[in-house]
Design a protein around this ligand. Structure first.
Ligand code: HEM
Length: 162
């Protein structure tokens, strides 16, 4: 098999698998685990959080790395096919900026910096914000993927064998 094709497929797989893991994990945490953990005593809840966060932090940091690696690879590979396609650039540019906002919030929530203590005090609200932003990102990504390049890959005046 063509090695370029293999790397392209691997990069897409890594990107989508990372999105499934991190977005799914955040939805689970905010809408399943948090309401269930609210039934615990405050001491047990704090204990559960202290066991959970160091593990989730590893997923967040590894996931951001994989998103950046696979995302920029996809971007470089797709750029030539979208030359002069301003809608694609505007949508993908917006998506990347939103992804950076998500990376910042997710890192602040699992981090220990006192500068972001205010964010951590409102963890449920910021987790919900991350979920909404992530869904917008997945929506934009799905649209640009399905829309494809603006210029048809096969010019109309070239006969394609049936
Ligand atoms: C919260 C973070 C992110 C999520 C949830 C996410 C999700 C997705 C999804 C679901 C797709 C569609 C994949 C497919 O159908 O094959 C995609 C495509 C893509 N992503 Fe991301 N992504 C994120 C971050 C990034 C970042 C940081 C970059 C760039 C640095 C990036 C660049 C791209 C590119 C270039 C595509 C292909 C667009 C196209 O098909 O025209 N993504 N992303």
């Amino acid at each position: 098999m063509d090695s370029q094709l293999l790397i392209d497929a691997l990069s897409r797989f890594v990107h989508v698998a990372t999105a499934i893991t991190l977005v799914g994990g955040t939805v689970f945490m905010r809408f399943v685990l948090k309401p269930a953990a609210d039934q615990l005593t405050p001491e047990t809840h704090d204990q559960l959080r202290s066991f959970l966060l160091p593990r989730w932090k590893r997923f967040i940091h590894a996931g951001i790395g994989l998103f950046l690696l696979s995302g920029f690879y996809n971007y470089m590979r797709l750029m030539p096919a979208h030359k002069g396609d301003s809608l694609w650039h505007a949508l993908v540019g917006t998506k990347i900026l939103l992804a950076f906002a998500v990376f910042f919030l997710a890192s602040a929530l699992v981090g220990k910096s006192s500068a972001f203590e205010g964010l951590r005090k409102k963890r449920p609200m910021w987790l919900a914000v991350i979920v909404v932003l992530a869904f917008i990102i997945v929506g934009i990504s799905s649209f640009v993927k399905v829309r494809g390049p603006k210029v048809p890959l096969v010019p109309a005046n070239i006969a394609v064998p049936e």
